[in-house]
Write a protein that binds this ligand. Structure first.
Ligand SMILES: O=C(O)CCC(=O)C(=O)O
Length: 249
C-alpha cells in the first residue's frame, strides 16, 4: 500500500490523504463499541478518559457549556484490546513506517467525536501539546470512522506549515484548553479542507497547522486519532512518556 510518492507529498506539504484504507465492514466493531460508550459512558474500560462538548467552554453559564455530549476520549488503544488490535493492523503500520521509519510506537491515542452541533477545533499544532523530540518523529494518523465532509467538520491543513518550528501560543479566552499559535505576520497558505470517506486515513506531521470546523449536521463525525512516533522518540514533558499508548517495535 505504501508508495514512495506518498512520503514525497508528506515531506513537502506536512500531510497526506490516503483514502479507503479500511472497508466499512472493518470499522463495524469499533464503531459499535464507540456507540455503546456514547450511549452509556460506564461501558468505557477503566483508564479511558472522557470529555464532553461543554468542558472546553470557559463560561459555564453559556448554552455551549451545558452540552454534555461526549466530544473526546483518550487511551482506548491503551486500555481496550479491540482498539489495540485495530491499531496494530499491518496496512496501517506499513504506511506509518514509510513516513517516519521502521521502529515505531503509538505515543498517544484519542478519539474526537464531533457530535451533531459539535464545536470547531481551532488551528493548532499537535507538537504544541506533545513536545516530542526529534520533532519530525511524530506523525498523527487521523482515521475517519464516518464520512468527514465540509458540513460535519472534516480536517483542514495549512500546507508547508510543518516547516516552521513550534509556535508560541496564547490562550483562547473562551475555550482555554486550546493552544492558539501566534502566527502573526507570517504569510501562510490558506488551509485545505480534506473531506474523506469513512475508512480513510489522513497523516499529518506534528508541526502542521490544522483545524476542523463546527459539525453543522444532525449526525456524528467520529475519528480515531493515533499519534505515532519513532520508538526512541521522547517527550520533553516527562509525564507523557509514562502514558505511552502502545509500544510496537
Ligand atoms: O478531529 C478533529 O476535529 C481534530 C483532530 C485534531 O486536531 C488532531 O487529530 O490533531
Amino acid at each position: 500500500m505504501f508508495q514512495p510518492d506518498m512520503k514525497a507529498f508528506y515531506d513537502a506539504n506536512g500531510y497526506l490523504v490516503v483514502k479507503d484504507v479500511f472497508q466499512p465492514l472493518e470499522l463495524t466493531d469499533i464503531n459499535q463499541r464507540v456507540e455503546e460508550i456514547i450511549a452509556n459512558s460506564t461501558e468505557a474500560p477503566e483508564g479511558v478518559s472522557i470529555s464532553r462538548e461543554g468542558d472546553t467552554v470557559k463560561d459555564k453559564t453559556s448554552a455551549a457549556a451545558q452540552n454534555t455530549s461526549i466530544r473526546a476520549m483518550a487511551f482506548l488503544v491503551r486500555f481496550d484490546p479491540l482498539f489495540r488490535n485495530f491499531a496494530k493492523q499491518s496496512k496501517l503500520l506499513e504506511l506509518v513506517r514509510g513516513l517516519i521509519g521502521p521502529r515505531i510506537k503509538i505515543f498517544r491515542d484519542q478519539m474526537l467525536l464531533k457530535p451533531p452541533g459539535g464545536q470547531a477545533k481551532p488551528l493548532h499544532q499537535d507538537q504544541s501539546y506533545f513536545r516530542v523530540q526529534p520533532q519530525g518523529d511524530l506523525v498523527t494518523a487521523w482515521i475517519a470512522l464516518d464520512e468527514a465532509t465540509t458540513d460535519n467538520g472534516c480536517m483542514c491543513y495549512v500546507p508547508t506549515s510543518h516547516k516552521h518550528d513550534i509556535f508560541e501560543i496564547e490562550p483562547d479566552p473562551d475555550r482555554p484548553v486550546h493552544h492558539v499559535p501566534k502566527t502573526n505576520g507570517l504569510s501562510l497558505p490558506e488551509p485545505v479542507a480534506c473531506p474523506v470517506p469513512a475508512g480513510s486515513i489522513i497523516f499529518h506531521h506534528g508541526c502542521t497547522l490544522h483545524n476542523s470546523e463546527d459539525n453543522n449536521t444532525h449526525t456524528w463525525r467520529k475519528a480515531l486519532i493515533l499519534h505515532f512516533s519513532t520508538s526512541e522518540a521522547k517527550s520533553e514533558r516527562e509525564q507523557l512518556n509514562e502514558e505511552v499508548s502502545l509500544e510496537i517495535d
